[in-house]
Design a protein around this ligand. Structure first.
Ligand code: ZN
Ligand code: ZN
Length: 396
């Protein structure tokens, strides 16, 4: 039986691992389903995926498949079988096949219990019994801390000294994670970067944030309905493993039942959301991002003045008895989770708005979508442009 010696991830691909890019990649892959991934099929694959996503898939000196198949496999969205491209069930869901669109939290609630090491995305896959579910382990540690202290974060170095160093595999009960002792365990080779990028990938969930070299759980106690809620989410899927890497990716990506959201996040829903949410799930992603207590804290620690970005009103002057009633508004397309970068959660795409301006800008968006017969902004630039239009249209 082989022990998992080190944690691995497909490093240097953060842009491709952004949730909205993963979705666009899936749309392209679904179109390419069954294509030959060999020498002849590849130019076509490149053409479809670059035009769908606007990403370069560099370097072009190699076939796209050679360099990016690991991204698809790590994300459990596609593989090849007998030389032909095969999209997994979850990849099809991400592409919105049969209008079965799933949001970022649903995707990760599916992915987390299924991603293990040694991963079938890499050459060191062995269908033995010994495996590690890295995100289950890290999240169990965070949940244990959250239940005990009301908040939780884990530094990258602690992932090594507490989780990897203690050979945690994600299958242990929550109590195990409460009592972990630090051991000396330094990263091997590129391992630090790989683990960091794996955590950043998962931090796209609405209730996780990557900030200043730490993974932060962005929940308050009221978000947790029950302990079963938590555990159901981080309990590894103990599937019977397939003999080959490719078959295993397809098996792991199989959707056998409805994908459940881990938590209802009651603290982030208010009845007025009806105005923005309507039928589209993407708006929920947006609202969850905006209601994130962590993002709010981060934004106001850098921008302490309660001045509305739209009407430029200083809230503390107008309402001297309040400290900061501004709300955070997210400038990315509504379907986007927070931007992930190597440095961490980006708050560049966030502005502080007074409640009136905030509500009105979303009304402006709604009317703009109706006029343009679309459901969402096609890019970050377009989202920012429309925000500017709304800002210029207000009468002061
Ligand atoms: Zn305002
Ligand atoms: Zn907003």
């Amino acid at each position: 039986m082989v022990m998992v010696k080190r944690w691995r991830w497909d490093q240097g691909r953060l842009t491709y691992f952004r949730f909205e890019n993963i979705k666009k990649i899936c749309e392209g892959l679904v179109e390419l389903e069954g294509s030959n991934i060999g020498r002849d099929g590849d130019p076509f694959i490149r053409e479809v995926l670059t035009s769908r996503t606007g990403l370069s898939f560099a370097p072009t000196t190699y076939t796209l498949w050679r360099n990016y198949a690991r991204v698809f496999a790590c994300a459990l969205i596609a593989t090849q079988l007998d030389g032909n491209l095969r999209v997994t069930d979850i990849g099809q869901r991400l592409a919105g096949v049969d209008s079965s669109e799933i949001d970022v939290d649903e995707y990760f609630s599916f992915w987390i219990p299924r991603f293990y090491l040694p991963s079938p995305a890499f050459q060191d896959y062995t269908p033995s019994d010994n495996r590690v579910f890295p995100l289950c382990a890290v999240l169990k540690y965070l949940f244990a801390q959250l239940l005990e202290h009301g908040e939780a974060l884990i530094e990258l170095s602690q992932v090594f000294s507490l989780i990897i160093g203690n050979n945690c595999n994600g299958c242990e009960p929550l109590e195990h994670y409460r009592a972990l002792k630090m051991v000396e365990r330094l990263p091997i080779g590129d391992e630090e970067r790989q683990v960091r990028e794996m955590l950043i990938f998962a931090s796209q969930m609405s209730w996780l944030k990557w900030y200043s070299g730490a993974l932060i759980i962005d929940l308050v106690r009221d978000d947790l309905q029950s302990i079963e809620d938590l555990l159901g989410f981080v309990e590894p899927l103990q599937n019977h493993r397939s003999p080959t890497q490719q078959q295993e990716i397809l098996a792991l990506g199989r959707v056998t039942a409805e994908i459940k959201e881990p938590f209802s996040l009651a603290t982030r829903e208010i009845p007025e959301d009806i105005l923005f949410t309507e039928a589209r799930k993407v708006r929920v992603t947006h609202l969850r991002t905006e209601r994130s207590p962590q993002l709010r804290r981060l934004y106001f620690s850098r921008n302490p003045l309660p001045v509305c970005d739209m009407c430029t009103c200083d809230m503390r002057q107008r309402y001297p008895w309040t400290s900061n009633i501004l709300e955070v508004h997210h400038l990315l397309p509504l379907s986007s989770a927070i931007t992930i970068t190597g440095a961490g959660t980006s708050i560049e795409d966030v502005v502080g708005l007074c409640p009136n301006c905030h509500r009105s800008v979303h009304v402006y968006y709604k009317q703009w979508f109706e006029r343009n017969l679309v459901d969402d902004f096609s890019s970050k630039d377009e989202a920012k442009e429309v925000y500017q239009l709304a800002k210029e249209a207000i009468r002061l």
